[in-house]
Design a protein around this ligand. Structure first.
Ligand SMILES: *[C@@H]1O[C@H](CO)[C@@H](O)[C@H](O)[C@H]1NC(C)=O
Ligand SMILES: *[C@@H]1O[C@H](CO)[C@@H](O)[C@H](O)[C@H]1NC(C)=O
Ligand SMILES: *[C@@H]1O[C@H](CO)[C@@H](O)[C@H](O)[C@H]1NC(C)=O
Length: 445
C-alpha cells in the first residue's frame, strides 16, 4: 500500500554525525527517584520457523510486488551496494509483526528492553542516527555506571570474546561531544522475542556520568545503516535480516506522546520488526527515497511555517534525517532564528539550550508543514511544543550555537541538515525500509 513514488535528484554526501539530544535538565527532579520499572516482556514468537515455511507457498505475489518496486527503484535511484537481503513474503493474517513495546520518558526518550545472553536484560534507547549497539560493561566502574545495568560476560554461555577497542561519539546539547569508550564482544541479542545469534556489540567501560546518570536507559540500540557503524560492526538489524528472523527488511516506529510529565514505561509506543502494520496508520504510506545512505536521510521539498496563504517558507529541497534518538527538531541556526522570530520567542526565553513558550500561547501559534514525497505532513503547535505539565518548550532547536564550525572528522559540513526527531515523529507512523532505502510515512492512528 503506497501513496506515491518520487525520485530524488540530489544524492548527497554521507555525513558522520551522531545526534543525541536530551533535555535532562528539564526533567522534573523526581525523575531520579522514578523506579526503574521493568517493562512487560514482548510476546514470544515461538512460531517463527513454521511461519517461514507456511509463507513459502504464498510468496510469489509478495515477491512480484516487491520486485516491481525494486525495478522502479533501480531505474530512478543510483543503486548502492548493500548486503541486505530482499526477503518479502505476504503476511499471514493473524500473525502479527514482532514488536517491542516502547517506554516514553517525558516525550524525549523512547526505549525498550533487549536481552543479551540467556538472562541479562537492558533498557536501550532506540536511535536511527547511529548503527551500533552498546551497553555498559561489568568493567565500567561504579562511579560511572552505577545506576545502569552492566553486562557480565562471565554469566553468559553464549558469549564470544572479541576485545577490539571501541569508541563512539554523540553530538549533544550545547555542542558538547559525548565520548564513550569500551571494547567489542559477541553474544546472542534477543529483541521482541527474536534471538539474534553472534551479534557483536560494544561493552562500554567509560562514559560521561553527567550525561547518563539521569538517563532512563542503559545503552543505545542503533538502527542506522552499516555505512555509519563504528568499527565495521554489523548492526543488529542486518544480522536479524541475514538470519531471516523477519520476513521483510523493514522496521517501523510508532511513538505515543504523553504530556503528563511522567515516564510511561510500557505504552510509550512501538518498534515493529518486519512488515508494517496497517492498523496503526490511516490511508497509505507515502514513500520517499533516501538521498544518502547512512542516516535515514532524504530531501524534503519544502518546509513552511503558517498557512498556505501567508506562511513563510523556511527551506526548499532541504536535507532532512529522521532520528528517533533526537528529542526535538534540529534546524540550521539561521532557520531557528527565523522560526523564533515568527513564534515571538526571544533569547530571554532560552533555558538550558531550549526555548520556553507560555503554554497559553500554544493555541494561537501557526502549524508547520513538511512536503515529503509530494505529500504535506503538518504538525500543529500542540504537536511541536513539548509540554511538561505547566512548562512548554518549543520543539525547535539548533546544534549550532554560532560559535564554532559544525563539521566532522572528514570535514563534512552538516550545518544545513535538519534532524526530525521525536517532535516530528509524534503524529506519524514511520516505516524504515533497509532493502529499498526509503522511508514510508502516514498519519498514525
Ligand atoms: C571483532 O569484531 C569485528 C567487527 O565485527 C571484526 O571485524 C573482528 O574480526 C572481530 N575480532 C575478533 C578477534 O573476533
Ligand atoms: C501517560 O503516561 C502515564 C504514566 O504511565 C499513563 O498512565 C497514561 O495513560 C499515559 N497517557 C497517555 C495519553 O498515553
Ligand atoms: C495567516 O492566516 C491565518 C488563517 O488563514 C490567520 O489566522 C492568521 O492571522 C494569518 N496571519 C497573518 C500574520 O496574517
Amino acid at each position: 500500500m503506497q501513496c506515491n513514488w518520487r525520485p530524488n535528484q540530489r544524492l548527497m554526501r554521507a555525513v558522520w554525525l551522531l545526534l543525541l539530544l536530551q533535555l535532562l535538565l528539564l526533567q522534573p527532579d523526581d525523575s531520579m527517584a522514578a523506579k526503574r520499572q521493568r517493562r512487560r516482556r514482548p510476546k514470544a514468537h515461538q512460531v517463527q520457523l513454521e511461519r517461514h515455511n507456511r509463507e513459502h507457498h504464498e510468496k510469489s505475489l509478495g515477491d512480484l510486488q516487491y520486485e516491481m518496486m525494486a525495478l522502479r527503484t533501480k531505474l530512478k535511484v543510483k543503486p548502492s551496494q548493500s548486503s541486505v537481503a530482499h526477503v518479502q513474503a505476504l503476511r499471514p493474517s493473524g500473525v502479527s509483526t514482532p514488536r517491542v513495546q516502547l517506554g516514553n520518558a517525558y516525550n524525549t526518550e523512547y526505549f525498550g528492553t533487549i536481552q543479551i545472553g540467556s538472562k541479562q536484560k537492558f533498557k536501550v534507547l532506540f536511535d536511527t542516527a547511529s548503527s551500533n549497539l552498546w551497553v555498559p560493561s561489568r568493567r565500567c566502574p561504579a562511579s560511572k555506571c552505577s545506576s545502569m545495568q552492566r553486562y557480565d560476560s562471565s554469566l553468559s554461555s553464549s558469549y564470544q570474546a572479541n576485545g577490539t577497542a571501541f569508541s563512539i561519539q554523540y553530538a549533544s546539547r550545547n555542542n558538547q561531544d559525548t565520548i564513550l569508550e569500551g571494547f567489542l564482544s559477541t553474544d546472542t541479542v534477543t529483541i521482541a522475542g527474536l534471538s539474534i545469534r553472534g551479534q557483536t556489540f560494544a561493552e562500554i567501560t567509560s562514559l560521561p556520568p553527567a550525561v547518563f546518570s539521569r538517563a532512563n536507559f542503559d545503552g543505545i540500540f542503533g538502527l542506522g545503516f552499516r555505512e555509519i557503524a563504528i568499527g565495521d560492526v554489523t548492526p543488529p538489524m542486518y544480522t536479524l535480516i541475514e538470519q531471516q528472523l523477519i520476513t521483510q527488511p523493514t522496521f517501523s516506529i510508532y511513538l505515543n506522546r504523553n504530556n503528563t510529565g511522567t515516564i510511561d514505561a510500557t505504552s510509550g509506543g512501538k518498534l515493529l520488526l518486519g512488515p508494517s502494520d496497517p492498523t496503526l496508520y490511516t490511508g497509505c504510506l507515502t514513500y520517499v527515497p533516501l538521498s544518502a545512505v547512512g542516516y535515514w536521510q532524504f530531501t524534503t521539498a519544502s518546509i513552511q511555517l503558517g498557512g498556505e496563504q501567508n506562511g513563510t517558507t523556511l527551506c526548499s529541497d532541504c536535507e532532512t534525517i529522521i532520528d528517533v534518538g533526537t528529542s526535538l527538531i534540529v534546524t540550521p541556526l539561521p532557520v531557528l532564528r527565523q522560526i523564533n522570530g515568527l513564534l515571538g520567542i526571544t533569547e530571554a526565553d532560552k533555558r538550558d539550550g531550549v526555548y520556553t513558550i507560555p503554554c497559553s500561547r500554544v493555541a494561537s501559534l501557526p502549524s508547520i508543514t513538511f512536503n515529503i514525497g509530494r505529500t504535506d505532513f503538518t504538525l500543529s503547535a500542540a504537536n511541536y511544543v513539548v509540554q511538561y505539565q505547566s512548562t512548554c518548550v518549543s520543539g525547535f532547536t539548533s546544534l549550532d550555537d554560532g560559535s564554532s564550525e559544525l563539521s566532522d572528522d572528514r570535514g563534512t559540513d552538516y550545518s544545513n541538515l535538519w534532524v526530525l526527531g521525536d517532535v516530528f515523529m509524534g503524529p506519524f507512523y514511520l516505516e524504515f525500509d533497509l532493502g529499498y532505502k526509503r522511508i514510508g510515512i502516514a498519519p498514525k492512528i
